[in-house]
Write a protein that binds this ligand. Sequence first.
Ligand code: G3P
Length: 232
Amino acid sequence: MKLFIDTGSVAEVEEIAAWGVLSGATTNPTLLAKEPGDPAEIIARICELVDGPVSAEVVSDETEGMVTEGRALAGLHRHVVVKVPFSEAGLAATRELASDGIRVNMTLVFSAAQALLAAEAGATYVSCFMGRLDDIAVDAGAVLEEIVEALGPDREAQVLAASLRHPMHAVTAARLGCEVATAPGKVLRAMLAHPLTDQGIERFAADWRSRPEFGEWLQGLVAQGAATAGTR
Ligand code: G3P
């Protein structure tokens, strides 16, 4: 499963792209509205940083407006994927944008029935919002499982788990066979954390320090490697 970052913050993308785990990003009007600066520049910079698909969302509520906005957004950068909210108008816009060769991320999908329609309209990504389902006491894992099963193993549309609130949402999405999960920086940072990892690193460092001659040996080895690389 690919991991995307769900944010409008260039600084956050810079920080987490440096880990080497991001394949793309998703934004939405709410996330971009929190950021100072020009949205076009933000989207283009995020495209460069993740070097992969970056969703940018249309805001019109009728087909023609969605298509016009979608074409304009797609023109910002070759990595832009047009995010279109689920609706009758959104389905028609998806069909038209997909016919132009523009990739669409159909968002706000909350059921397998909606996912089937989004896939048929030609969406490249079908985004199911896990956190918002859990918020209303609907089992997000069960809905996602239905979507994955309904679209089948040979699906062309990729199932994108969105609205992740904690690391277990990402694990559930991966176990169910979703192609992508998009997570906010907070959730990606939480995925790093484990107390046994911290304890283990401390223990290794302390044990190594107990043998100072080992430290000298490693420094020598590093210097030797650097010298050899210099003569190449
Ligand atoms: O980008 C769409 C989605 O991930 C939003 O999540 O936390 O606003 O429900 P949230």
